[in-house]
Design a protein around this ligand. Structure first.
Ligand code: OGA
Ligand code: MN
Length: 211
C-alpha cells in the first residue's frame, strides 16, 4: 500500500510534539527509493536550476548562501506521483493526529555538486505568515545517496530552537533517511559536500486563507 504505516505515523507525531523534529530511516519502500534515484539520475543537467532564496518577487539567486541546484517535483511521472502519494499519506496521518491543518506539499530534487553547501537558515519565518509570504510549516528532507560515509561532508546540522549556535543533530544524508522538522523552529545548514549529494527537500504548507 502506498502509505506510511500507522505505527510510524504515531512515532513521528509523538516526536513532533515532544521535540519538534524526527529522523526516520527506511521511511519509504526500497523500490520507490531506487526508482527515485534512477529518475533523479535521468534528469538532464539543464532541468536543474540554481536554487534561490525567497519567493516570487523576492526571489534571488545567492550563491554565497546556497549552491545547490534544484528541480521542482510534479506528479507527471509514475515515480514522482508515487512519491507525492507517500508524502500525502504523511500529511493526512499528521493532520489526523495533530490537527496541523497541513494543506499541500511542495518539493524539489536538490543536487549538491562537490563543494556545494547551504548555510544556516530557517525555512519559514513566523512573522511572514500573516503577510502570506510563507506558509511552510513542516520541512522534510529525503536523501538518495548510497553509502554516505563520515568524511564525505554534506551533513545536515540541526541547531537548537532556542540557541542557534548549539548543534542538536548531525545527520548524514544516507539513502532512505527522512528528516522532518517544524519549519519555523530549527535553524539548519548543509555542510560542504565532498561528493555529489542528492536529496528531495519538501514543505508541507497550511492554507493561507486559514491563517
Ligand atoms: C533546504 C534544506 C537540507 C538538506 O533545502 O531548505 O535545508 O539536508 N536542505 O538537504
Ligand atoms: Mn532548509
Amino acid at each position: 500500500m502506498n502509505s506510511f504505516d500507522e505505527h510510524q505515523l504515531d512515532l513521528i507525531a509523538d516526536a513532533l510534539v515532544e521535540q519538534g523534529y524526527w529522523v526516520v530511516d527506511d521511511a519509504l519502500p526500497k523500490f520507490l527509493l531506487n526508482s527515485l534515484q534512477i529518475h533523479f539520475n535521468e534528469l538532464q543537467s539543464d532541468e536543474f536550476k540554481a536554487a534561490g532564496i525567497g519567493r516570487q518577487t523576492d526571489f534571488q539567486v545567492q550563491e554565497t548562501i546556497r549552491s545547490d541546484k534544484i528541480h521542482w517535483i510534479q506528479p507527471n511521472t509514475e515515480i514522482t506521483a508515487d512519491f507525492l502519494q507517500w508524502m500525502d499519506s504523511l500529511r493526512v496521518g499528521l493532520n489526523r493526529r495533530l490537527f496541523m491543518g497541513l494543506f499541500d506539499y511542495e518539493s524539489h530534487f536538490a543536487h549538491y555538486p562537490v563543494g556545494a553547501f547551504y548555510k544556516k537558515h530557517v525555512d519559514a519565518f513566523r512573522g511572514n505568515r500573516k503577510q502570506g509570504q510563507s506558509n511552510r510549516v513542516l520541512s522534510t528532507v529525503l536523501y538518495l545517496n548510497d553509502a554516505w560515509r563520515l568524511g564525505d561532508g554534506g551533513e545536515l546540522l540541526l541547531y537548537a530552537e532556542d540557541d542557534a549556535n548549539k548543534v542538536i543533530e548531525t545527520i548524514l544524508p544516507e539513502c532512505g533517511r527522512l528528516v522532518i522538522f517544524l519549519s519555523e523552529k530549527f535553524p539548519h545548514e548543509v555542510l560542504p559536500a565532498k561528493r555529489e549529494r542528492k536529496s528531495i527537500a519538501g514543505w508541507f504548507r497550511v492554507n493561507e486563507g486559514a491563517l
